[in-house]
Write a protein that binds this ligand. Sequence first.
Ligand code: PLP
Length: 374
Amino acid sequence: MRFATTTIHAGQEPDPQTGAVTPPIYMTSTYSQKAQAEYVYGRGANPTRDALQKSLAALEAGKRALSFSSGMGAITTALTLLKKGDHAIVTDDCYGGVYRIFTRIMSGYGIESTFLDLRDLVDVEDAFRPETKMVWMESPTNPLMKVVDLKELAVISKAHDSISVCDNTFGSPALQNPLGLGVDLVVHSTTKYIGGHADLLGGAIVTDREDLYEKLRFAQNALGAVPSPFDCWLTLRGIKTLAVRMERHCDNAEAMARFLAGHKGVSNVHYPGLPEDPGHRVAKKQMRRFGGMLSFEMRDAAKVVERLRRLEVIVLAESLGGVESLIEHPASMTHSSVPKEQREKQGITEGLVRFSVGLEDAADLQEDLQRALG
Ligand SMILES: *Cc1c(COP(=O)(O)O)cnc(C)c1O
């Protein structure tokens, strides 16, 4: 099955008992053990969650998937593969919550991390220690849209007997499938493109490695960051339009990137779809299209938030990947938990704006930006 067909049918076959075309929502905490033994308790398993997990595995062309109550629930569960004394190499331009969990939580359990620009493979090689057990990648990264070579990093990671993980939230399974590039684990915040409608929180881990799957399935139940059956159902509903939505997200983002690149108040646009973008070459190799996320730098950093408040169509809010366009100021919003010094080192300036380009008419988005940015 090709991708668009997979989004509609994988895990979502008609119910064998009733013929219901849409999978039912099994709102139950426990199961009678009289006639069956597959389902015991709702934290361990749920048929609606099973349907979602099947769908998620198929979307990433992977063997196994587990779903969670949020992206951070998935990430926390993945990090339990690490033990006291282990070390992780993490992309420096990572999701703020990932930075927070490594520096504020994992450190307390004796797990060290090094934050690095993973585009420099020599630096990555140098960062390995005998106890390095995980390489944490994102591509494109958040918020600077840096593109890292997933295939190369997976090879390096394997050579050091380390688990490679890619947070594929920004690319979505429609545009990029890291497992096929040799990566061990893919994680998602399904809150974003996969759910796609800004109406749920969810997370996922997908893998081809049976050994890791067994550990993670145990951890899913043991830690308990499981999604509600209703959220699983909503996610399945969103997935059915993922292929169509991503095409439009990409069309609109390409149009906005070109518009912003020609705007006098904008000094720089970060979008791997622009031929002059430093990530363009690698992105072209590993992505089908370039996604719906971009960021840009305003020349006049002092008035950024004031300008963004003038927008009428585009919503000033955190998060991304929904049908509606969202815009935000990383330095004061999503990345405010990253210390200023670290932020500046990474290039998250006061003038930087992150834009999740939605599915509105591109002409309305352009007019809105023109009005607000001047
Ligand atoms: C949102 C996000 C997360 C965290 O997901 P939640 O669903 O908010 O817990 C992790 N990684 C990336 C890249 C994200 O955008």
